[in-house]
Design a protein around this ligand. Structure first.
Ligand SMILES: [Zn+2]
Length: 48
């Protein structure tokens, strides 16, 4: 299951908002989280 990197909630892939960054897809629970991520993607990206 995808996890919202901003708030850490597990998401249903079919309902989540998707944002693609550097070829990787990120999923969000709401527009607020997505906006936070898109402002500073490097802050929220997983370091793995
Ligand atoms: Zn969220």
């Amino acid at each position: 299951m995808p996890v919202d990197p901003v708030c850490g909630i597990e998401l249903d892939e079919s309902l989540a908002l998707v944002y693609e960054h550097e070829g990787k897809k990120y999923y969000f629970c709401c527009h607020g989280c997505k906006r936070i991520f898109t402002k500073k993607p490097n802050k929220w990206k997983k370091s793995k």
